[in-house]
Design a protein around this ligand. Structure first.
Ligand code: UDP
Length: 312
């Protein structure tokens, strides 16, 4: 039986990855320090024989007994308000945490996949974003702590690949949504669902003309699974190219929830907010034979079912 370590296991993406690897017949070791994750996301896995949970902060030396075949490094605050509240932890988990896990991968002879992000492109001057675009990032702006931590994560991962011969994979994740997102994580989708359900103003930042491209979590997990098992060590974008303005996105959620009191309430645009974002997924299509399958209306419906239960 193959053994996989997943960091950030109690988070949104980490917990869905745990589910997937359990379903594929792996022994899954989940690790988290619950800074932003929640045990509720993986509670259903605790009774399983082939799931273990370690409460651990990966910025400290990571010890896992026994053989390890794969490591997926998904621990990190990942929403703009989280990394504004926890700037040092965000930098540390991307830098020191990644270093520790690469060291573990080297010691165990394990293949490691690290979670990078579309934020490495910053406020992009190339649209849609291809993997060979170097990005437009402000290192000292409010998002710098996340963007630069993830750029360092990519650099040190490449160094371990080139210098130590560790088998590495880098996924650049674009905006992803689905059940288990934290209601209060401050991102557009959870904020809009909560506000629409409560019949409040949907806080659209700026004039809402900035765009994002939202990928349903099941599609993302499939792309990551394929990338891990591929032989490609350079970064690969995984996301849904279906791009929408934030204002139109808010209107879609108002339409779906159907609360007559919900409306759009404009707020100031935060500093360095990327104006556009859309993945070019030609590489994922060619190398992994992957593309997203879940259209936004379908994904939003499933996600609404989750938020209906969560939002009081
Ligand atoms: N946004 C918004 N209202 C909110 C939260 C976010 O208009 O309550 C905007 C934000 O300024 C950005 C987009 O929605 O332009 C997506 O923001 P999110 O925090 O979801 O993720 P990002 O893609 O910026 O990391």
């Amino acid at each position: 039986m193959k053994r996989v370590l997943i960091t950030g296991a109690a988070g949104f993406l980490g917990s869905h990855l745990c589910d997937r690897f359990i379903r594929e017949g792996y022994h899954v070791i989940g690790m988290d320090n619950l800074l932003t994750g929640s045990l509720a996301n993986i509670e259903h896995l605790f009774p399983l024989e082939h799931f273990e949970y370690y409460h651990h902060d990966v910025t400290k030396f990571v010890h896992v007994p026994g053989q390890l075949d794969y490591i997926l490094h998904f621990a990190s605050p990942a929403s703009p308000i989280d990394y504004l509240k926890m700037p040092i932890q965000t930098l540390k988990v991307g830098a020191l945490g990644t270093h520790n896990l690469l060291g573990l991968a080297k010691a165990k002879g394990a293949r490691i996949l690290v979670a990078s992000t579309s934020e490495v492109y910053g406020d992009p001057l190339v649209h849609p974003q291809t993997e060979d675009y170097w990005g437009n990032v402000n290192p000292v702006g409010p998002r710098g702590v996340y963007d630069e931590a993830k750029r360092f994560l990519e650099a040190i991962t490449m160094a371990y690949h080139n210098f130590h011969g560790v088998e590495t994979r880098i996924v650049r994740i674009f905006n992803t949504y689905g059940p288990r997102m934290r209601v209060d994580d401050g991102r557009a989708l959870p904020a809009f669902f909560a506000q629409a359900i409560r019949g409040q103003g949907l806080t659209v930042f700026g004039d809402g003309s900035q765009t994002r491209s939202f990928c349903y979590v099941d599609d993302l997990v499939e792309g990551i699974y394929r990338l891990l098992l591929s032989d490609h060590h350079l970064p690969v974008n995984i996301g849904n190219p279906d791009e929408i303005s934030i204002r139109a996105f808010a209107e879609e959620i108002i339409g779906l929830v159907g609360n007559p009191d919900a409306h759009i309430a404009y707020r100031d645009l935060p500093a360095d907010d990327p104006k556009v974002r859309q993945p070019d997924i030609s590489k994922a299509r060619a190398i992994l034979g992957w593309e997203p399958r879940v259209p936004r209306p379908e994904g939003l419906k499933k996600t609404y079912e989750y938020f209906k239960e969560k939002v009081k």
